[in-house]
Design a protein around this ligand. Structure first.
Ligand code: ADP
Ligand code: ZN
Length: 759
């Protein structure tokens, strides 16, 4: 029997188990009250775990003695009621344990099991005491200590306050001089918490306020008068001024109504210009959750939001969980971007979470894009979302003319010989070469896209056709230079480039397919005076590397910016008058239902970087597939025609938005065991659908995933399709909770709801 009056609480722990755990709260033993959303440290299987209180449990319902909560580190709950509700929704919809959903919404520093009290950064601050000595007293006091006197007067001139660090390092005062003043009671020295704000040093923003155009005004006006929970799809072509619409809407929501707002961007490092504009407009009321922040900086930003010091957050997908109260709006910029989907459990889509959260809190959602996802477009057509349009570029600018350069023909060199596939003339065809030369001659800038990093795509033996493949993944190895190596882009495996074929021993290995490194080399040979910057995964490993490259483009120190999809988004440089796509076909034929949509979006977005200033601009797209609908409609800037054609292709076989998907991936270390695991799982699911009359759910598979092996794990999948999302939730949950995973070959199961790719 338990003591009457003992309080029991339910704790969600970050474990892959679909349950919560009961613990006892022994009043008087804990430093802080345990309430809904409070963090607690509890003993679990002889370890300490940090969990979240998610409710009270019935006293007496549990006859086993519950263990006691060990610590309750926070004075106020870490998870507010609204975010807790959001986690419950996420756990139900994405079919993940509540504890894992909760871990996702908190900064890492708050979920570490062994350090419940995150360290804060402090500095020693010196301030002068209240009663200042008069001039006469000073003469006497400081008669034998002129150093003390000058330090004291310096402090006064600094407004009575400074830091020990500054006085010591910058101004050269020693600790003993400070100590002398302190002993005389003239100054105090205290430790103060400092906010870690890495943007403090970026500065240099001029908050030049632009006046909205009539089209922008209209969109702002409609949204400012929206009903609680309304969702807007802002379809604005590239350069139509969506950012200003967001900013003016937020002035209304934050400044006039006193509410708060969340702004999501696909990847914060890639959009320093957008971030700068928000910082210029809202100053220190804004918290920027940059991916380069340390855990401590991230925690400080989170605290600032939780306390209400910061009213707006700008960040990538996880910013959707920001601890803001009185939420007025969530903006999802470039809503079609796949980086809004998290690749690991919980596999949430920030756009969906944004809508659910905004609705629950009576806020509006604004989804902005020049190339909306087909899902959002369908929702706008059905009336679920309100469509707003910015059909023109700001200031009457025109979208750049786009020309196709057909790569199918052979190129001959000066002597009439056919050029090799990696000769400059074959890589950058004559029209693009001429445009580049002209652009350079005019002193204007070029953006060149090639969505493949590395030097060559792969190495192939010309005797037997063998291609070098990663030993851990079913992926060809990419050739990198500096130093020359074969690299796997999935698991980062590296090996030396071999001189002979592993299969036939032949010594004729040929490198095929271009990467950004090779194009950079070819360009620098062709235009030795041009200042070329390459921006891809390999050149952006440092914390602020992206920003540094883009700042150089902005200040005119770069003539040609060459890069992968990183350079396609959001950049607004008026002196860029030429955009070239070196090979539009990379990725267009991937075995994935979204390959065409991705290609269309990428081509449209990169084309939109050209001609944003008064000088206008042109775009040249090199392709072997000029008739592919993704290419054709991007060339014509015709989003609607693309959507119409692509939508028709998603009906039979049915893919989103015609149906909803859940992709169940079976993986393991043995090929054979994984296949049997998947076949068994599919049979189990088919029987489940039969016996429970789940007619709304269809099964496709099992089949090996298009990428059969990643990081040593074999992969199979089964696709569930349903018109009604509730059917998928029910079937998925039943399956994940009851289907038994055999204990061998490290077999694992994941369910990806609304997948963005099926590779
Ligand atoms: P989008 O995100 O829709 O591609 P941006 O928000 O980057 O477009 O705006 C494109 C350019 O137009 C930016 O340089 C921006 O400063 C400018 N701009 C936007 N609105 C206005 C306005 N009302 N008046 C003047 N310039 C504007
Ligand atoms: Zn690999």
């Amino acid at each position: 029997m338990r003591d009457a009056g003992e309080r029991l609480v339910e704790i969600a722990l970050p474990l892959p188990l679909f349950q919560t755990f009961t613990y006892a709260v022994e009043e008087g033993t804990l430093q802080n009250p345990v309430a809904l959303g409070s963090r607690v440290v509890v003993p679990f299987r002889n370890r300490r775990q940090t969990g979240i209180c998610v409710g009270e449990s019935e006293s007496g319902s549990n006859t086993r003695k519950a263990k006691a909560v060990l610590e309750s580190p926070d004075a106020a709950p870490a998870v507010g009621p609204a975010v807790l509700e959001l986690c419950r929704w996420m756990a139900a919809y994405y079919i993940v344990p509540l504890g894992l959903a909760l871990r996702t919404v908190l900064p890492a520093m708050l979920t570490a099991p062994d350090r419940p009290h995150p360290p804060r950064k402090t500095q020693r601050v010196v301030s002068v005491s209240a009663d200042l000595p008069s001039l006469l007293q000073r003469e006497e006091m400081f008669a034998r200590s002129p150093r003390q006197r000058s330090l004291f007067e310096l402090l006064e001139s600094l407004g009575g306050r400074s830091t020990v660090e500054q006085l010591g390092a910058k101004l050269g005062f020693s600790a003993s001089v400070l100590d002398g003043l302190r002993k005389r009671g003239l100054i105090q020295v205290l430790d103060e918490v400092v906010e870690r704000d890495p943007f403090a040093s970026r500065g240099g923003l001029t908050p030049e306020r632009q006046k909205p155009t009539p089209a922008q005004e209209k969109a702002i006006d409609v949204m400012a008068r929206a009903a609680a929970g309304e969702v807007f799809l802002l379809h604005g072509i590239t350069g139509s001024g969506k950012t200003l619409v967001y900013i003016e809407l937020l002035r209304h929501i934050v400044d006039e109504r006193g509410q708060t707002a969340i702004v999501l961007v696909p990847e914060i490092a890639l959009t320093p210009q957008t971030v700068d504009r928000f910082r210029a407009a809202f100053g220190d009321r804004i918290a920027v959750l940059h991916s380069a922040l340390s855990d401590g900086e991230r925690y400080d930003a989170w605290l600032g939001l939780r306390r209400g010091d910061k009213r707006i957050v700008v960040g990538a997908r996880s910013a959707v969980f920001a601890p803001l109260e009185k939420l007025g709006a969530i903006i999802v910029d470039e809503e079609h971007e796949s980086s809004y989907k998290q690749g690991e459990t919980p596999r949430y889509h920030a756009r969906e979470v944004a809508i659910v959260r905004a609705r629950a809190e009576g806020a509006i959602t604004v989804l902005g894009s020049a190339t909306p996802s087909l899902e959002s477009w369908a929702n706008a057509e059905s009336g679920k979302f309100t469509l707003l349009r910015l059909p023109d570029r700001v200031g009457g600018g025109k979208l750049p003319a786009v020309e196709v350069v057909d790569l199918r023909g052979r190129v001959k060199d000066e002597t009439g010989k056919a050029a090799g596939a990696t000769d400059y003339g074959a890589v950058i065809r004559e029209p693009l070469d001429r445009a580049l030369a002209e652009c350079l001659a005019r002193g204007e800038q070029t953006i060149l896209l090639l969505n493949r990093r590395g030097y060559s795509a792969f190495a192939q033996c010309i005797d037997c056709g063998e291609v070098s493949v990663c030993p851990n993944c079913s992926i060809t190895l990419t050739i990198h230079r500096g130093p020359e190596r074969l690299v796997c882009h999935y698991c980062l495996h590296k090996e030396d480039v071999r001189a002979d074929c592993t299969r036939c021993g032949g010594r004729n290995l040929r490198q095929r397919g271009l990467g950004t490194q090779q194009v950079e080399r070819l360009l620098s040979e062709r235009f030795p005076a041009a200042r070329i910057a390459r921006m891809d995964f390999d050149t952006t490993s440092g914390k602020w590397a992206h920003t540094r490259i883009l700042d150089r483009v902005g200040s005119g120190e770069i003539d040609i910016l060459l890069g992968t999809q990183m350079i396609a988004k959001g950049l607004d440089f008026p002196n860029v008058t030429l955009v070239g796509v070196v090979d539009a076909d990379v990725g267009i034929n991937l075995p994935d239902f979204r390959a065409s949509e991705r290609s269309f979006q990428l081509l449209s977005q990169v084309a939109g970087r050209a001609g944003r200033g008064a000088k206008g601009g042109r775009v040249l797209i090199q392709t072997r597939l000029p008739n592919h609908h993704a290419v054709r409609h991007a060339v014509a800037h015709d989003y609607h025609a693309f959507v119409k054609e692509e939508m028709a292709g998603r009906v039979i076989p049915a893919y989103p938005p015609t149906v909803r998907l859940a992709n169940i991936v079976f993986s393991g270390l043995s090929e054979d065991a994984t296949a049997r695991f998947a076949i068994g799982g599919a049979a189990w699911l088919r029987e489940l659908l039969d016996t429970r009359n789940e007619n709304g759910v269809a099964i496709v598979g099992p089949a090996p995933c298009p990428i059969e092996r990643i990081k040593n794990r074999w992969r199979w999948h089964v696709l569930l399709k349903a018109a009604n999302p509730g059917d998928l939730t029910r079937v998925g949950r039943y399956f994940l909770e009851r289907f038994e995973i055999p204990q061998k070959a490290d077999l694992r199961l994941t369910l990806d709801r609304d997948p963005v790719a099926l590779l």
